[in-house]
Design a protein around this ligand. Structure first.
Ligand SMILES: [Zn+2]
Ligand SMILES: [Zn+2]
Length: 235
């Protein structure tokens, strides 16, 4: 790729006019023909130009804080979407699978005491194996309707997605970990999108069905009623 001729506007710009309202610059110019500075020019996300005469009086510290904030928001928005894809990527499809989580482990472990920040993600880490076990226990079928079809993974098993009925955002409100297969449902991608983005009434109906399937677990292990779920989902 020729960084010198790549249009800067093609980059995803987390450009925020509120950061530097008076002097918003989206591009920098280093005025050289060598390749490394050209890459800096191309990779610049947000910048501010200072006049050498007045740089003493500038709020450098405040500017740097703003830059770091924009950078962190940007990186985090990218990493979160990446992690979702990686999380849904199932390992259960392989034929020589070796699932370490035992079927008898029917009580979720206590939750962690604090947030674990890993690779910039702010959520508690989700254990892919718990989700894979949930899908395996559902026989690689959609728990809303076992007739829903997706496609087969290379290992021959049908692809399904993992959904935490008690959302991970509620992680710290429970004594027991909600990242446990008892709280994870196997859903086809359409049903999964629907429970996240569907119409209020449809989502409500789905919650009722899914909660009903494991009502005893939800009441005894997590101590929640259907109405609590409605609250989490804003329905
Ligand atoms: Zn989900
Ligand atoms: Zn489905």
């Amino acid at each position: 790729m020729d960084f010198k001729t790549t249009p800067l506007s093609l980059r995803p710009l987390p450009f925020d006019k509120t950061v530097f309202p008076n002097d918003p610059r989206t591009s920098i110019q280093i005025f050289t023909n060598s390749s490394r500075p050209a890459k800096y020019e191309a990779a610049n996300i947000l910048g501010k130009e200072y006049d050498m005469e007045y740089i003493q009086n500038s709020d450098l510290e405040g500017d740097l804080t703003s830059l770091v904030r924009v950078y962190n928001e940007w990186v985090n928005s990218i990493l979160t979407s990446d992690l979702e894809d990686r999380y849904q990527e199932s390992i259960s499809g392989s034929s020589n699978e070796n699932n370490e989580i035992k079927h008898e482990e029917t009580v979720p472990p206590d939750r962690l005491n604090r947030l674990q920040v890993r690779s910039g993600s702010l959520h508690p880490p989700r254990n892919r194996k718990e989700g894979d076990l949930a899908i395996k226990l559902a026989d690689f079928l959609c728990e809303m309707d076992s007739d829903h079809r997706t496609f087969n993974l290379s290992g021959g098993k049908q692809f399904m997605e993992k959904h935490h009925l008690i959302p991970m955002e509620q992680y710290f409100n429970f004594e027991k970990s909600v990242d446990h297969y008892l709280n994870i449902y196997s859903l086809c991608p359409t049903c999964h999108r629907k429970i996240h983005y569907g119409e209020k009434e449809d989502r409500k109906e789905m919650l009722e069905i899914l909660y009903g399937m494991r009502k005893t677990n939800y009441q005894e292990i997590y101590g929640i009623q259907l109405n609590d779920l409605f609250r989490y989902y804003n329905v």
